[in-house]
Design a protein around this ligand. Structure first.
Ligand SMILES: Nc1ncnc2c1ncn2[C@@H]1O[C@H](COP(=O)(O)OP(=O)(O)OP(=O)(O)O)[C@@H](O)[C@H]1O
Ligand SMILES: [Mg+2]
Length: 469
């Protein structure tokens, strides 16, 4: 991956870490430097002041070659690791501590430096002191006054290199600590970035697998953050896709199965007629069966197509106010034949003479037809059907109850599925394909109403709501 998040985060944060630590390192080194040099300076001043007292007497007496002064200077030179010069009020060097510095005796220090000393101020500077010193040094100068008269000064030089040499170990330690901190920071950064980028890689890998048609793929991300949330959403999506895919497979399997048996029987009858196995006088009977089967097939394909269209939202709904009791009565008349044939006892109890509802009349009649059809179909002979209306808040409730074998609670949820038929209805009532209730549910949900089914000892009850007009 050329421009991976991992790389980008690594570079961005990496640069930030390095800049941060570099600033820290530079500041630390500067602070150390300052501290050590300051320390050293104080020491030099202190010694300078001590020498100044002794130098005063010598300068006053005008005997710069005093043995004891030279001795003291030499001791201090060794002890302080610093070179000490004594100058007179003209800036002429009159005494030095180092043996190899004797060549400087008699040379004059630049006016500007004396000026400050003469004002009673001490001086300090870094450098090689106008080329008079061999290496870069730290110099402090201390004025000497005798009887309130400026009479010269003491200059103490310490090699800067030597000062730094003494503290090199500390510098090194500091640098190591910083380097190790950078390394640790990088390691933590790396782990954190992987925590982000690894699951993302996993998700994208899983997406590819799913795109390839393997819907069972699931992620297991436990980062406890938004990425885990993303993973969970992804899993939910995969679950939905898997369900859709399974539905699709089932649908195809069901359609093929339900198409095959009528087609086989149609083919069988026609073959029988052509090859004469079915005698001339029975032909009409079998032709009627063939017609029936063809009609059923047409009905099924139509309903399936219609259901598909409804689910895609192409159902046109025209709500209007109409009278419900009359509609129900008309449905009862339509099923009169089946009712009398099975000697069913039908009761219609309405809670008021005229009930006006607001709905799509055509679609609602379709729902009632399907429910009545089922009730008549699944009620055993001499059983009974009861239709009852009642009112609840802004809705009318219609209950259609029929006697007969109860539906188990697991099956209750499945009656709405396409092609679902109860075990018995598969054998006993070959008439249906199990599409009726799927259509009912789709219509009811698009009308914005509710429908539910319940079943107990010896009865099945469908209840639906309709908006009051
Ligand atoms: N009133 C009822 N009493 C008992 N069982 C019922 C009743 N209504 C539906 N069922 C059960 O639910 C199943 C699904 O019903 P649905 O109306 O969807 O299909 P169907 O009536 O078998 O076929 P179709 O409606 O397509 O002609 C039925 O096969 C039956 O097992
Ligand atoms: Mg039905």
């Amino acid at each position: 991956m050329k421009n991976s998040i991992q790389k980008r985060l690594f570079i961005t944060y990496g640069v930030a870490i390095i800049i941060g630590f570099a600033i820290l390192a530079l500041s630390l080194l500067r602070i150390f430097d300052q501290y050590f040099i300051e320390n050293r300076k104080e020491l030099l001043y202190e010694q300078g002041r001590k020498v100044a007292r002794e130098a005063a007497t010598v300068l006053y007496s005008g005997n710069p070659n005093s043995r004891s002064l030279i001795n003291d200077l030499q001791v201090l030179d060794r002890f302080l690791d610093a070179h000490i010069w004594v100058i007179n009020s003209d800036g002429i060097i009159v005494a030095v501590s180092g043996l190899n510095e004797e060549r400087l005796l008699g040379r004059q220090v630049r006016e500007e430096k004396i000026g400050n000393l003469a004002k009673g101020e001490s001086i300090e500077e870094r450098g090689n002191f106008d080329g008079m010193l061999g290496e870069s040094s730290l110099t402090v100068g201390y004025p000497v006054f005798v009887n309130n008269r400026f009479s010269g000064g003491v200059l103490v030089h310490a090699s800067l290199l030597e000062i730094q040499e003494n503290f090199r170990e500390i510098y090194r330690l500091t640098l190591w600590v910083i380097l190790i901190s950078v390394a640790i920071a990088y390691a933590i950064l790396y782990i954190q970035i992987r925590r982000i980028s690894e699951p993302l890689k996993e998700i994208s890998g899983a997406a590819k697998v799913i795109a390839g048609g393997e819907f069972h793929k699931r992620l297991n991300i436990n980062t406890g953050d938004e990425i885990e949330e993303l993973g969970n959403s992804f899993n939910n999506m995969a679950k939905s896709l898997e369900r859709i895919e399974e539905n699709r497979r089932n649908l195809i399997a069901n359609i093929s199965h339900d198409l095959r048996s009528p087609m086989t029987s149609i083919r069988g009858f026609i073959e029988g007629m052509i090859d004469g196995t079915i005698p001339e006088d029975k032909r009409e009977h079998y032709l009627n069966i063939v017609l029936d089967e063809s009609n059923r097939l047409i009905k099924m394909t139509n309903e399936l197509l219609e259901l598909g269209n409804m689910q895609q939202g192409s159902l046109e709904i025209k709500k209007e106010a109409f009278e419900l009791n009359e509609t129900i009565r008309r449905k009862l008349v339509a099923y009169e034949k089946g009712i009398t044939e099975k000697k069913l006892d039908v009761v219609f109890s309405m809670f008021e003479e005229k009930t006006f509802v607001l709905s799509d009349q055509v679609l609602l009649e379709r729902v009632l037809s399907n429910l009545m059809d089922n009730a008549v179909k699944f009620t055993p002979e001499k059983g009974s059907i009861e239709i009852r209306t009642s009112t609840k808040e802004d809705r009318i409730k219609v209950e259609i109850t029929n006697t007969g074998k109860s539906i188990s609670s697991e099956e209750l949820n499945r009656v709405w599925e396409r092609f679902h038929k109860g075990d018995t209805s598969r054998g006993l009532h070959k008439g249906g394909y199990g599409l009726g209730l799927a259509i009912v549910r789709e219509i009811i949900s698009q009308l914005g109403e509710r429908i539910w089914v319940s079943s107990g000892e010896g009865y099945v009850k469908f209840t639906l709501t309709i908006e009051k007009a």
